[in-house]
Write a protein that binds this ligand. Structure first.
Ligand SMILES: [Zn+2]
Ligand SMILES: [Zn+2]
Ligand SMILES: [Zn+2]
Length: 252
């Protein structure tokens, strides 16, 4: 299995438009973060997690030529607003793309992007998607996928586990019921927005506490804002933990 971090930025992306801070003006390419999204390659199939507003540039940068399924974590704009970019893959693959998410997420996507699901809306081209509601373990192309309920502020959203890799893109808390599903991980990819507290995301300190509790073999932090300098923070992080960068690849 190959894990490709397409984007590891928070909702504004880094650099943030108009910002002249040290990170936003950094010349280190690893401080440039597109909106959070993940690609899982397994059995020559590409499973995408979320359709970020940067999906087009992420696909071009990483030479992604097909998308065999999409998993949605939740419906915040930074995770779904690239959904229309799936059209390009429909054109190439000549088939519909199966999409998965919680009942709430799938219903909200149908509402927010009603043109996609409206048979009377013709012309302009629209993505051809087949929506599936999931609530427990399912299998895609031979890979077991487990949706896991996590807290994102006062919202309950999905994280996903692929074999022994878990991806918690937007997270401020893990319900006790979900913790057993996050034991014995080879890799934990976890939200760590910034240094300061935030009501809907773990800060670095909170993310490190989760790592201490769950004890994955390796942890990578994602969904970062413009407060965290890639080199500076990585120098100080404990062994087995590190910041992500766009285009980061992990073979499991
Ligand atoms: Zn987000
Ligand atoms: Zn900035
Ligand atoms: Zn969110």
């Amino acid at each position: 299995m190959k894990i490709l971090l397409l984007g590891c930025g928070t909702s504004t992306g880094v650099p943030m438009v108009g910002c002249k801070c040290k990170i936003c003006t950094s010349t280190n390419i690893k401080n440039q973060r597109t909106r959070s999204s993940l690609l899982v390659e397994y059995n020559q199939k590409n499973i995408l997690v979320d359709t970020s507003p940067d999906l087009r540039s992420q696909a071009l940068a990483n030479k992604i030529e097909r998308i065999d399924a999409v998993l949605f974590t939740h419906t915040h704009a930074d995770h779904i607003h690239g959904i229309d970019e799936l059209r390009s893959f429909n054109f190439i693959q000549l088939s519909e793309i199966p999409c998965y998410g919680s009942e709430e997420t799938i219903n909200q996507i149908r509402q927010i992007f009603s043109y996609i699901f409206n048979d009377n809306f013709i012309g302009g081209g629209k993505p051809i998607l087949k929506m599936h509601i999931v609530s427990s373990k399912f299998n895609l192309y031979g890979l077991d996928i487990v949706p896991i309920k996590i807290l994102h502020g006062n919202q309950t959203i999905f994280a996903y586990k692929f074999g022994n890799v878990a991806y918690l893109s937007d997270c401020s808390g893990i319900p006790e019921d979900s913790k057993p599903l996050l034991k014995d991980l080879k890799l934990l990819i976890l939200d760590a927005l910034r240094y300061q507290f935030h009501p809907t995301h773990f800060n670095l300190e909170g993310a490190l506490k989760v790592v201490e509790e769950l004890k994955p073999q390796r942890a990578i932090f994602t969904h970062m804002g413009h407060q965290l300098d890639y080199e500076e923070v990585n120098r100080e992080l404990p062994e087995g933990t590190e910041l992500a960068h766009d285009g980061m690849v992990v073979e499991i």
